[in-house]
Design a protein around this ligand. Structure first.
Ligand code: PNS
Length: 163
């Protein structure tokens, strides 16, 4: 049986923290679907879903068992549709926990056939998030330690343009 996991997120933009979780998940499962999803609680994204897909494609192209997809709907429905057995999320600090716990319980209620699996972040990515990256880039700071090098220029150009 092929064990499929879904790794959902806004990825706006993808960071080294996301990439670390995707890479580690790819070692635990036969196939990992990185799912660009919409967080209805967040304001409009800085990058379109197609742009985020291209960025994730370029930073995961060396990982054979990773595919990328876009969802504008419920995660639980998608997980059921593709027959995934797990939803993989990264946990940074205790502050992530309550929100993630709530989502895990809601997703389990909506579809009981998959488990949410949390991978703890590495120490160097503890403080890292897409919004931190955007804040730093917006004010002209150095984001080279936070995002994969191949997409660094794309991200900088876009965020500078927005100013
Ligand atoms: O990177 P984020 O913003 O923390 O990711 C949150 C995301 C996109 C995974 C979450 O909002 C989600 O699963 N969205 C899809 C819609 C959905 O199923 N929402 C209910 C989750 S309980």
């Amino acid at each position: 049986m092929r064990r499929v996991a879904v790794c959902p997120g806004s990825f706006d933009p993808v960071t080294l923290g996301h990439l670390d979780i995707i890479r580690r998940a790819s070692k635990l499962f036969d196939k990992v679907i990185v799912l660009i999803s919409r967080n209805a609680g967040k304001s409009a994204p800085s990058f379109s879903a197609a742009e985020r897909m291209l960025m994730i494609q370029s930073v995961t192209k060396d990982i054979d068992n990773v595919v990328i997809d876009i969802l504008d709907g419920l995660l639980a429905d998608y997980v059921e549709r593709v027959g995934a057995i797990a939803i993989v999320k990264g946990l940074r600090a205790v502050s992530d926990f309550e929100y993630e716990f709530q989502m895990a319980l809601a997703n389990k209620k909506l579809y009981a056939g998959a488990e949410t699996v949390f991978l703890t972040t590495t120490a160097e990515n503890m403080y890292l998030s897409s919004s931190v990256v955007k804040q730093i880039a917006y004010f002209g700071g150095d984001i080279s330690h936070f995002v994969p090098e191949v997409i660094l220029e794309d991200i900088k150009q876009r965020l500078v343009k927005e100013r």
